[in-house]
Design a protein around this ligand. Structure first.
Ligand SMILES: *Cc1c(COP(=O)(O)O)cnc(C)c1O
Length: 380
């Protein structure tokens, strides 16, 4: 056997050509005044930060990256000495020195936080100021954009801070309900008005950004200097009911090997809890992946796994490391064959979004949840 050892259990194929394809499509959707800020938090949504970031920078020309914390930021910095890296989440003030050392831009959520962050440093820290326009998570909250601009002006006067932009996050940009569209419109108006107030006060910031994946798909605004695109660069839906731009391709496929095939008889039980009992003769196969690999136990008796291009239902409970499936109608199934849990096999496809729908979550959680036991294999 010459294949690498991982091919004998479970692995995730990561298609860098799908990634490049998706970036090309997003670039065409964005207006010329908007650059992509690739969101690579959570290990690039489970796709593996290092390889994804290197590909985005070297082969796609991406210059801006967003992450959730300082460790992720440093990981990106090591890959890309020249990239602009924004931390969207919290950095404890005692790490302000690291932000300087690695030339990282920090999201600022309040004047108090800005003061704390600057209290122990002597150089100017780069930042973008986060405004809460309706997400209700983090950021400055003000009744009017004038008040917001005044508060930002105060932060801009802090000596050891270099404010380079403002941003906000949409809460329902993935919805086509008129009420939700109006809500998103109000969020956008609030931040653009705030920016205009700042300009009128002679505070000119290079960046204002509010677009996420959903906004890229359905409400492009030339006023957003950056589009913080996350899930669509990986080829998945911001919301399952939303139509994706044509041509986007899922970057991740999840595969595992079949370790055992056997016949069972009427009355035989399969897996923990005996939740599946055969009503007649059938042929079943065991697949070498389980919930410890991030294939959720909530898919017990629900999910379908592709074998030789056929959908095979899961029989009973998903175990920690193994799953049993019905291969009665796929008699050519043999130990050593490859089962596709996410991806395409022949004319059948199972997407992360489909699995998410089966157990009441979103594709984001499915791909982020593929555990570190699963090696990521990168293909051109
Ligand atoms: C995660 C995140 C994004 C990316 O969201 P997608 O829906 O994946 O595009 C953008 N902005 C902020 C603040 C985020 O936290």
């Amino acid at each position: 056997m010459t294949e690498p050892r991982h091919l004998h259990r479970a692995w995730a194929d990561i298609s860098l050509s799908a990634l490049k394809n998706n970036i090309d499509i997003i670039k065409k959707l964005n207006s010329s005044s908007t650059e992509i800020m690739a969101v690579v938090k959570a290990d690039a949504y489970g796709h593996g930060c290092e390889k994804i970031v290197r590909c985005l920078e070297k082969e796609c020309g991406i210059k801006y990256f967003a992450v959730s914390n300082i460790d992720e930021a440093v990981e990106v910095r090591i890959c890309c000495p020249n990239a602009e890296i924004l931390i969207l989440g919290y950095t404890p003030p005692e790490y302000a020195g690291d932000l300087l050392k690695y030339n990282i831009i920090q999201g600022i959520v309040s004047a108090d936080y800005a003061r704390e962050l600057c209290s122990g440093i002597s150089e100017r820290l780069r930042c973008h100021i986060k405004i809460d326009t309706g997400m209700g998570r983090i950021g400055l909250r003000n009744a009017s954009s004038e008040d917001c601009a005044a508060e930002i002006a105060g932060i801009c006067r802090m000596e050891r801070l270099s404010v380079e932009g403002i941003y906000t996050h949409f809460a329902v940009a993935d919805s086509d309900n008129p009420d939700n569209i109006a809500y998103t419109d109000r969020q956008e108006t609030f931040i653009t008005d705030t920016y205009d107030c700042l300009t009128a006060m002679n505070i000119r910031l290079p960046h204002i950004h509010f677009m996420n994946s959903a906004a890229v798909c359905c409400r492009n605004s030339p006023r957003s200097t950056l589009a913080r695109a996350g899930i669509i660069i990986y080829g998945l839906h911001p919301d399952i009911n939303m139509k994706l731009p044509n041509g986007l391709k899922p970057v991740m496929s999840l595969k595992a090997v079949i370790s055992h095939v056997k016949n069972i008889e009427a009355g035989d039980c399969v897996s923990y809890g005996r939740t599946f009992r055969a009503s007649g003769k059938m042929r079943i196969a065991t697949v070498t992946i389980g919930y410890a690999d991030g294939y959720s136990r909530l898919l017990s008796s629900k999910g379908e796994i592709l074998v030789h291009g056929h959908r095979c239902r899961i029989l009973g409970r998903v175990c920690m490391d193994q799953i049993m499936i019905d291969v009665t109608d796929v008699p050519e199934t043999h130990p050593g064959d490859i089962a596709v849990l996410i991806g395409t096999d022949g004319s059948e496809t199972v997407t992360a979004d489909e699995l998410a729908g089966l157990y009441g979550t979103i594709g984001y959680e499915v791909v982020c949840g593929i555990s570190k036991r699963v090696p990521r294999i990168y293909t051109k």
